[in-house]
Design a protein around this ligand. Structure first.
Ligand code: PAZ
Length: 354
């Protein structure tokens, strides 16, 4: 299919035009109410911090009775793993994830890598137990899972299409806005850059009799801009930048930071993402970006910008987190998400105290 896919060169949708023209998902009201109740519960707990984690990839359906859709590689490992570390750090977590992608706790026993039936034994012909070798590893996972269930500190909510993702993201972030600086937004989902507007989605399965099939897609609006400036003006916002060309990682991460004016971009290379990431931030001395992209800092409203319009930025700080630098110093297996979350919690604490 990739040979026949090409992006449209027409003007991209603004966020406003997108929400005016594309249908909301039928679950919007019910899911928004769930988030509202979750936020209300935790807002009443003094000092409790709440993080929204977006996780997994979005789909772009080609038919409304969907047989075929475009997808991406993300399994949701980053989001599901990070959720566990945020819970352990005392956060309440809204885990906004792609349907059927990895989830906190159960990720350790995914059907393909570690099927849970392999952990079980039958005792006395009728009772089920856990194999002794596996019980030690299962115990802390089960304890943490039970703790999250009992305290109600994990709210899981799914999306599938990019349209569902966008509508729900706006609704969830707006509900979380009253948390002010106690809210963190950890945007690790791999969101499609292109979509098919409702009016160009075929109703029924596209027939092979159409002959050659070509697809013209529109650009998904860059919602990070209104998210930072309007939906959650006080939240601590962490976006992720994925690249496959390592030379682009830092410049593109800086450009995102400069353009949207949020707090951190975590850059990662597709193949090295489980071993290392880079935090790109404004350095203490750093001069905020001039013109477009810094309106969160200056209160100035600016129009959308294209790559060519990127503002000049003077100072950034880059911090690499690399598993191989630990060289076994922790004496146990460490996941990169533990380091990411540890660093972010420190920064968020500072942010809430400022
Ligand atoms: O889900 P996963 O663990 O397989 O991958 C995580 C990731 C690479 C999708 C995430 O770290 C990320 O970079 N998300 C943003 C992707 C983007 O630039 O749109």
């Amino acid at each position: 299919m990739s040979d026949s896919v090409q992006a449209s060169s027409s003007q991209p949708f603004s966020t406003e035009a997108y929400f005016q023209s594309q249908q909301p998902p039928p679950t919007l009201a019910a899911k928004t109410a769930q988030v509202a109740a979750f936020v209300e519960k935790w807002q009443g707990v003094k000092g409790k911090r709440v993080v929204l984690i977006t996780s997994g990839g979005t789909t772009v359906p080609l038919e409304s009775n969907t047989v075929r859709f475009l997808d991406n590689f993300s399994a949701g490992t980053r989001g599901a793993t990070s959720a566990e570390y945020f819970l352990a750090a005392g956060y309440a977590v809204v885990f906004f994830h792609r349907l059927h992608s990895l989830r906190p706790f159960s990720r350790h026993y995914s059907h393909s890598l570690n099927p849970f039936l392999d952990l079980l034994t039958i005792k006395n012909g009728t009772e089920i137990g856990v194999k002794a070798d596996d019980a030690a590893g299962l115990l802390p996972v089960l304890r943490a899972y039970n703790q999250a269930q009992e305290s109600g500190s994990l709210l899981s909510m799914d999306f599938q299409t990019v349209n569902e993702y966008l509508w729900l993201l706006r609704a969830i972030t707006r509900e979380m806005a009253p948390l002010g600086r106690r809210g963190m937004f950890y945007l690790a989902a791999a969101v499609s850059d292109f979509f098919l507007p409702d009016e160009r989605v075929a109703e029924h399965k596209i027939q092979s009799s159409v002959g050659m099939f070509s697809l013209e897609m529109d650009q998904v609006p860059k919602v990070l801009r209104p998210l930072v400036q309007e939906w959650i003006p006080e939240g601590y916002i962490v976006s992720f930048k994925l690249e496959t060309d390592e030379n682009l990682l830092i410049p593109k991460s800086r450009a995102a930071l400069s353009r949207y004016g949020h707090q951190v971009v975590v850059g990662n290379d597709l193949h090295r993402r489980k071993q290392e990431v880079v935090f790109v931030e404004r350095s203490a001395k750093g001069t905020p970006a001039k013109g477009a992209g810094n309106s969160r800092l200056t209160g100035v409203q600016t129009p959308p910008v294209m790559d060519a319009d990127l503002p000049e930025v003077e100072e950034y700080a880059e911090t690499w987190l690399k598993l191989d630098q630990l060289q076994g110093s922790e004496g146990r297996e460490v996941e990169i998400e533990e380091l990411i979350v540890r660093e972010l919690v420190l920064r968020h604490t500072k942010w809430t105290q400022e």
